[in-house]
Design a protein around this ligand. Structure first.
Ligand code: UDX
Length: 447
């Protein structure tokens, strides 16, 4: 009999995972505790912007014309427990307010709500990013609270999807990592992932702590690469070097690699910043904080870039206060191809300049609604051209393709002063200079 899969939590991770599981041929039921989310998903609407996800969802959600009907949504734990053989926990683990540690309350309450409804044999699989040691604790909880006949087991299967590439990363992952305690769990997870494994995704079987650590260490490594290149950008600025050339040159060494070496205003979003902080907090609890003191520096280099961008803007405008200066900001999301503005470096820079008296106008292709609700006092425009009109300086802060394709000559017609600062090192300096702009970027010699 074909496996039936449930997905608990239908945010970024859960909505994508549920649709991907249906795409792989399984019968899937998703659960969320927020009724509006469930209503939207039942209509085949995605609660956030993610390329390809809506199409994938609509292909499978029951009740949508022409769909396979393999994907359903519920808010009822009993229905979910009755339905599923394998239950994926995909709820979020945000940073605790005012602390570094991560908030496990959504994971804990998902397991607590699910446990009494499990029917045997059941496998509960954690996908959320959690502090190492959580799986151990949750397995003990399940053993105590699942019905005796449910024969419930836990496994840990971290998720590495990137926003903007969520569908591709879920259907064709770089690797699948499973932390298991029994052959039965491993066998079931091999069955779930048989298609991507046949297509070449490596399948790494390990214990609980290693599976949990793979996720946090991968994110720490990525954050380290970005802060490393941003530190080099500071050195380039101090010496007249060019960080873009430097990144290209060191990236040719296979051991270093070219990816994640784009200098600029640094990393943000719902994952990297909070994951490295939660990792440090957990190391402290384990008495291993010295091993991760370097992450404190990674975090502080990262946060410093936002202030450096503000200073670069101030200097480029001739120094002094921002009062009376019109500043166009291109980009609000923490990265392109997403509408996510959580801990967005772009909005942080825009907000700082606004607080210092600058008249800021923001445009973003997909993040306007979220940006407006987070920073209602900033100015907003309906297009890049409109944002730029009359500006004394243009800041490029999120590297959308739309901004790469802008015509600098056309924009040059509507500005007070042709001055562009590239906070993402992603525009073509020569094209902008040819159109009469002063182009400056972080870590590069400027005009
Ligand atoms: C990240 C991890 O990549 C992913 O594997 C994990 O599952 C979740 O966290 P995501 O948050 O979607 O994914 O974004 P990512 O593509 O990693 O970018 C993070 C931030 O780093 C963005 O703000 C991006 O602009 C910035 N970045 C990325 C740089 O500043 N320079 C780079 O070279 C690359």
């Amino acid at each position: 009999m074909a496996l039936k899969i449930t997905v608990i939590g239908t945010g970024y991770l859960g909505a994508t995972h549920a649709a991907a599981m249906a795409e792989l041929g399984f019968e899937v039921m998703g659960l969320d505790v927020v009724p509006e989310k469930i209503d939207k998903l039942r209509r085949g609407e995605v609660p956030m912007y993610e390329p390809g996800l809506e199409e994938l969802l609509r292909r499978h959600v029951a009740g949508i014309e022409g769909s396979t009907g393999r994907l359903r949504f519920t808010m009822d734990w009993a229905e979910l427990g009755e339905f599923g053989d394998i239950h994926f926990i995909c709820v979020n683990t945000p940073q605790r307010h005012g602390e570094y540690a991560c908030d496990m309350s959504y994971v804990d309450s998902a397991i607590a709500s699910l446990a009494p409804h499990l029917k045997g044999p059941a496998l509960v699989v954690g996908k959320s990013t959690v502090p190492v040691g959580s799986a151990d604790r949750l397995a003990a909880y399940l053993a105590e609270h699942a019905p005796a006949g449910a024969d419930a087991e836990l496994a840990w299967n971290p998720e590495f999807l990137r926003e903007g590439f969520a569908v591709q990363d879920t259907l064709h992952p770089d690797r699948i990592v499973v932390g298991v305690r029994s052959e039965r769990s491993e066998k079931l997870l091999r069955e779930v992932y048989s298609t991507p494994v046949e297509e070449g995704s490596p399948f790494v079987v390990t214990d609980f702590p290693t599976a949990e650590l793979v996720k946090t260490s991968a994110n720490s490594f990525l954050a380290t690469k970005i802060s490393f290149i941003n530190a080099m950008a500071e050195l380039c600025e101090a010496t007249g070097g060019d960080v873009a050339k430097l990144a290209e040159a060191i990236g040719h060494d296979d051991r270093i690699g070219r990816k994640f070496l784009r200098a600029g205003i640094g990393f943000g979003g719902g994952c990297l910043p909070k994951d490295i902080r939660a990792f440090m907090a957990r190391a402290g609890e384990l008495g291993a904080d010295q091993a991760l003191t370097f992450l404190r520096e990674i975090d502080s280099i990262n946060m410093r870039q936002r202030g450096r961008m503000v200073e670069l803007t101030r200097q480029a405008l001739g120094g002094g206060a921002f009062l009376g200066k019109r500043v166009a900001v291109l980009g609000a999301t923490f990265k392109p191809d997403s509408d996510d503005v959580r801990d967005s470096p772009a909005l942080n820079v825009a907000g700082q300049i606004h607080l210092q008296g600058g008249q800021v106008t923001v445009y973003d292709p997909k993040g306007m609604e979220n940006a407006r609700s987070l920073f209602p006092t900033l100015g907003y425009a309906g297009s890049a051209l409109e944002a730029v009109r009359g500006a004394h300086v243009v800041l490029h802060l999120t590297e959308w393709q739309e901004f790469r394709e802008l015509d600098p000559a056309e924009l040059g017609e509507v500005v007070a002063d042709r001055l562009v600062l590239d906070g993402r090192n992603a525009l073509d300096p020569e094209a902008w200079r040819r159109a009469g702009w002063r182009y400056r970027a972080m870590g590069r010699p400027g005009a």
